[in-house]
Design a protein around this ligand. Structure first.
Ligand code: HAH
Length: 364
């Protein structure tokens, strides 16, 4: 009995991520299917890579990003104490399996330790913060040089408030003023001139926010700041944003002469913070699948403007949305279910006539 159980567990483990056609036995891989379009990524942690999920990840994705372990809080928890072990594990896994690697993130108002902004119990001076930023970016970007091909240099610097341009509540802004953004890009470029440098944000499809991102990236480019891409996070929900909103944002961003990446895709099954927890029903799975199909129809149509699509997680067994925006409310936002089996969304986004492989895009 025990042996049988072990065998079943083992078979399940081996089977995870092999999406197989029952009739032909053919294996389907998302990354392979999208080879002529863009790399397909997942946000991961060393823990996930050491679990049964690793097989799913190897089979389905060809790009990785550390969900947390390259953030300042993890990588430089104390001044001059750099902890690369976890991020290195993710980088080594990517290399071993011939996957691309994105870097996330260098300068952000969240998940950045307080010491950056303080000297004793006083706020730090602009000059010292500038030095700390320089040191951080120089050290981290150099460490991953030749491994990370694209960095989210600045994350979420635009305000959500429609009467405000930049997020003035960010300690970076408070202490350094607007300059912090261009300095971050300059420092990153100095450390790795080959990396593609991204401005990354959420709600990029909302017209007011979209236009502020355009204003920012345009002004950076005019000043000769080496911004190479815009990351559309893509924390979306069933039905929103609409097809038109996604298309328009991609077109307007690409018109600035930068590449666009979908950097943190997931599709929540909830419409608002006050929705009660639900189980995943076939109806809900179908609605989510239809929404995902629309998104990928757009991404394929815009493949010349999009150089990567990354999911913010590998499967519904673990997602940050289980604790955001409501702590402990289970969500099911990804393509594989809690048992790592493909959902309807997976089947639908795999259902298209793939165009023949063109040569890979230059530099990406
Ligand atoms: C993203 N922010 C971050 O870029 C990522 O690093 C994190 O792991 C999850 C989501 C999205 C976000 C937020 O953190 C707070 C409010 C709105 C959106």
């Amino acid at each position: 009995m025990k042996k049988l159980l072990l065998l079943i567990i083992l078979l399940n483990f081996i089977n995870a991520g092999h999406c197989q056609n029952a009739r032909t036995g053919q294996l389907f891989s998302l990354a392979q299917k999208y080879q002529a379009y863009f790399p397909i990524g997942a946000a991961v942690s060393p823990r996930v890579l050491k679990s049964a999920d690793s097989i799913l990840i190897i089979n389905q994705y060809n790009s990785l990003v550390a969900e947390n372990h390259m953030k300042p809080m993890w990588i430089q928890p104390k001044e001059n104490v750099f902890k690369f072990e976890n991020a290195d594990f993710v980088a080594a896994f990517a290399k071993r399996h011939n996957m691309k690697l994105r870097g996330h993130t260098l300068v952000w108002h969240n998940q950045t330790p307080d010491w950056f902004f303080k000297e004793g119990d006083q706020p730090v001076s602009k000059e010292v913060l500038k030095e700390r930023m320089h040191k951080h970016i120089q050290t981290v970007v150099s460490h991953f040089k030749d491994r990370v091909y694209a960095w989210d240099v600045v994350n979420e610097a635009i305000s959500e408030d429609k009467n405000e341009y930049l997020r003035t509540s960010s300690p970076w802004y408070k202490i350094m003023g607007e300059d912090y953004i261009e300095l971050a890009f300059q420092y990153a470029h100095e450390a790795d001139p080959n990396a593609i440098l991204f401005y990354n944000d959420f709600n990029t499809w909302q017209p007011e926010k979209r236009d502020k991102i355009i204003r920012l990236v345009k002004s950076l480019k005019e000043k000769g700041v080496p911004v190479g891409g815009i990351g559309m996070q893509g924390h979306w929900k069933i039905g929103s944003p609409t097809k038109e909103q996604i298309k328009t944002a991609i077109d307007m961003f690409a018109a600035l002469g930068v590449t666009v990446q979908i950097t943190e895709l997931d599709v929540s099954v909830y419409q608002s913070d006050t929705d009660k927890q639900v189980e995943m029903t076939p109806e809900l799975e179908q609605q989510q699948a239809d929404y995902y199909r629309m998104c990928f129809d757009v991404f394929r149509e815009k493949k010349d403007k999009i150089s990567s699509v990354t999911f913010w997680g590998a499967a519904d067994n673990y997602t940050w949305l289980n604790n955001f925006p409501v702590r402990g409310r289970k969500n099911y936002p990804l393509l594989f279910d809690t048992k790592l089996q493909p959902k309807k969304a997976f089947n639908l986004i795999m259902k298209f006539e793939a165009s023949p492989n063109p040569p890979p895009k230059e530099g990406i």
